[in-house]
Design a protein around this ligand. Structure first.
Ligand code: ADP
Length: 255
């Protein structure tokens, strides 16, 4: 694929969103949704107004991560986000389906219409940051988003395994070819700190950095973090590295 020309950007006249950041990964299971969510919680703790749009239409997990059950409220013209206990606004297809186990079995053109509504019809109010949790890979959904959403920056999430790093390069290349501003990579589950001896163990080895891509932070594997996330209480978690990511974004966007 050569570089793809820019296309018409969709507009949202209902909200005032300052910065749109897309979070992508080459493959599933690297912790992209957790990373998106922890960036959001740490921004929120620092007083920024934050929203998350769960763009993973076939494998949504943001509502689960935040333990949100309250459905998104909507009319034909407008969609009002649900809120996490700490006030992060969330829109996810899982908050619209009759049952959260209902599968989404739609082809590309329908997904594209949903993404259009997800951009144009959501009333976010005022937001400092809107995070887009993209589905893994380089398919229709990230393509549509890069072409039609006014994305200000892209963050790539990886793990150090060889399979994940091959896939992450594809996700990175896709964003670059679609003229996106890729501001850096967050490497998740990079290492494990032994609870008895304090040594850093590199569970999956250490991967080569991607040329020209800034490594923003390396996040440790933490079994307690995994448990808290899986029980829907992510907002109780503080991770020092995510505070540094907030500092990085603050500087990047002059906030
Ligand atoms: P993806 O969005 O890339 O498919 P998820 O964000 O859903 O991946 O994370 C996959 C699993 O890994 C979840 O069960 C999550 O709790 C766990 N996980 C993610 N990051 C960490 C971490 N740093 N330490 C421990 N477990 C993690």
């Amino acid at each position: 694929m050569s570089n793809v020309s820019p296309m018409e950007k969709w507009e949202n006249t209902l909200s005032n969103v300052n910065h749109v950041i897309a979070v992508t990964s080459g493959k599933g299971g690297v912790g992209k949704s957790v990373t998106t969510s922890l960036i959001a919680t740490h921004l929120n703790k620092r007083g920024y107004k934050v929203g998350i749009l769960d763009c993973d239409l076939t494998g949504p997990s943001i509502a689960e991560i935040f333990g949100i059950d309250e459905k998104v409220y909507g009319t034909d013209e407008e969609i009002f986000p649900s809120k996490s206990p700490e006030g992060i606004k969330v829109v996810s297809i899982n908050l619209m389906l009759p049952r959260k186990t209902d599968p989404v079995i739609w082809r590309g053109p329908i997904l594209s219409n949903i993404l259009k509504d997800f951009w144009e019809k959501v009333n976010w109010g005022n937001l400092d940051f809107l995070l887009l949790d993209l589905p893994p890979g380089t398919g229709d959904v990230p393509l549509t988003i890069y072409q039609h959403y006014p994305v200000d920056a892209v963050i790539v999430v990886s793990t150090p395994s060889r399979m994940a790093s091959l896939a992450v390069k594809k996700a990175y290349e896709m964003a670059i070819r679609l003229n996106q501003n890729v501001i850096g990579e967050i490497e998740n589950m990079s290492y494990y700190v032994c609870k008895t001896c304090g040594n850093k163990e590199y569970l999956f080895g250490q991967k080569e950095p991607i040329e020209n891509l800034k490594e923003i932070e390396h996040i440790p594997f933490d079994s307690e973090l995994g448990e808290k996330i899986d029980s829907g209480s992510i907002e109780d978690i503080y991770v020092m590295e995510y505070d540094k990511i907030v500092d990085f974004l603050k500087e990047k966007f002059n906030k």
